[in-house]
Design a protein around this ligand. Structure first.
Ligand code: FAD
Length: 400
């Protein structure tokens, strides 16, 4: 039995709990960070403890089912939570927050067995399990059904072999949600199955990839006979494409869900204000660049808010989810370019002691991430064209 508080009752509850249990966020509380290398095991342990605190206060998983440790409330309650939480320090898992709570968790809730969910979901909400996504491979990105990682049944286990690529932040995670081929006799969308691989596991080798910004946010995984018990299978054997579609739709709209509560335009964002002031706000071209960034921020927020309003709590259709994803894929690189133009030399070359200069430079180097990750811009346009606008499908030789 779940008592549903009214939105105002819930706002009061969240406010009181947060003011008693969390630190207030200060605008520049943390030193600027230019890659993700500060997510050490020690740092993550403190963030996991903070997540456990939320869980014990019944404020983790606001919309997730009560039987698995969530609160079972509505999307409107989630918005109230986010509004109050905006002024407090919440657990910081970086992008792993999105893969765990925005993508893998909702996919497991939608597709895994009750027994699987009872074992994993409370631990996810308590911060004991962080999850990575093992789906891309060297020959399977946009064409994901082309994967060649195999899973072969061996008694009560499955044995997985293959290579996964571009996995984000695997070293922080406790499990990887992995797509594998369990049957090669049918079409490429058939015979696929998802598994939860424990990290570390015998036979699982992780090779970090050093990026252009100096960080190691990605890795490649070599699976050489990794044993996974059948109880760690997600969804039915051979039903992996349905799970994939669910996961991709959560991935593409998770950003819309996590943001976009404001319909009114906000003030000029602090990073652009700082850059514009340093560049000389009296210059017409500086003001023009600042306005361009501001309009882009506002448009993105509107797209997110509109998308979040129509998407609801369950996995949205892939076409609808594409809008928010495409907004990031187009607007993030454009904003990163504005930052470089405003930052000038300080954004291009800096001393290792300089904490303020490098932000626009690293944002520029990373600015294309969302035009590729989770499905490139072209794939989002294809999804909108075919699934929303009803335009003819592209010729698909691989399906004939
Ligand atoms: C920041 C980031 C994080 C990521 N994190 C993860 C992760 O955690 N786990 C994971 O498994 N993967 C991850 N990825 C991988 C990501 O999902 C793939 O890079 C993405 O799906 C694109 O695949 P690809 O790189 O193989 O490019 P390709 O599929 O080779 O595409 C190359 C180009 O061809 C275009 N193209 C391909 N097919 C079509 C078509 N039919 N119509 C029109 N254009 C087409 C694409 O749009 C793109 O421009 C991540 C990637 C990035 C950038």
């Amino acid at each position: 039995m779940n008592d549903i508080p009214s939105l105002e009752e819930f706002r009061t509850e969240v406010r009181e709990w947060m003011s008693a249990n969390l630190d207030v966020r200060t605008p520049d509380a943390r030193a600027p960070r230019h890659n993700d290398d500060h997510y050490t095991a020690e740092y993550l342990a403190t963030q996991r403890a903070l997540q456990r605190k939320l869980f014990e206060g019944r404020l983790a998983g606001i919309t997730w089912p009560v039987e698995y440790g969530g609160r079972g409330l509505s999307g409107a309650h989630q918005v109230v939570f986010s509004e109050v939480a905006a002024t407090y320090v919440l657990p910081d898992f970086g992008k792993t927050y999105q893969t765990t709570y925005g993508v893998c968790g909702p996919t497991l809730l939608a597709c895994a067995s009750d027994e699987f969910k009872a074992r994993h979901i409370p631990r996810i909400l308590a911060g004991d399990e962080l999850w990575a996504q093992f789906f891309s491979e060297p020959d399977a990105g946009s064409d994901l059904a082309n994967i060649s990682t195999r899973a072969v049944r061996s008694g009560e286990d499955w044995v997985l072999s293959g290579t996964k690529s571009w996995t984000s932040f695997v070293e922080r995670c406790d499990f990887g949600l992995c797509l594998a081929r369990t049957d090669s006799t049918g079409g490429k969308h058939d015979g696929l199955t998802w598994f939860a691989i424990r990290i570390p596991s015998e036979g699982l080798a992780i090779r970090p990839v050093r990026q252009i910004d100096g960080g190691t946010g990605f890795s490649e995984e070599l699976l050489a006979g990794v044993r996974v018990p059948d109880r760690e299978r997600v969804g039915a054997v051979g039903d992996g494409w349905a799970v994939t579609r669910s996961m991709l739709s959560f991935e593409r709209d998770s950003e819309s869900r996590s943001q976009g509560v404001n319909l009114a335009p906000g003030p000029l964002s602090p990073d652009i204000t700082r850059l514009a002031v340093a560049a000389g706000i009296e210059s017409a071209s500086v003001r023009q660049l600042a306005a361009t960034a501001h309009v882009g921020d506002y448009v993105k927020e509107q797209v997110y808010a509109r998308a979040a309003a129509v998407l609801g709590a369950t996995a949205p259709p892939l076409g609808a989810a594409a809008y928010g994803k495409l907004a990031s894929g187009i607007l993030d690189p454009a904003r990163a370019r504005v930052g470089m133009e405003l930052g000038g030399m300080a954004a291009s070359v800096w001393s290792t002691l300089d904490v303020a200069g490098p932000d626009p430079g690293t944002a520029y180097l990373n600015g294309r991430m969302y035009s590729i990750a989770g499905g490139a811009n072209e794939m989002q346009r294809n999804a909108i064209a075919e699934r929303v606008l009803g335009l003819p499908r592209e010729p698909r030789e691989d399906l004939s």
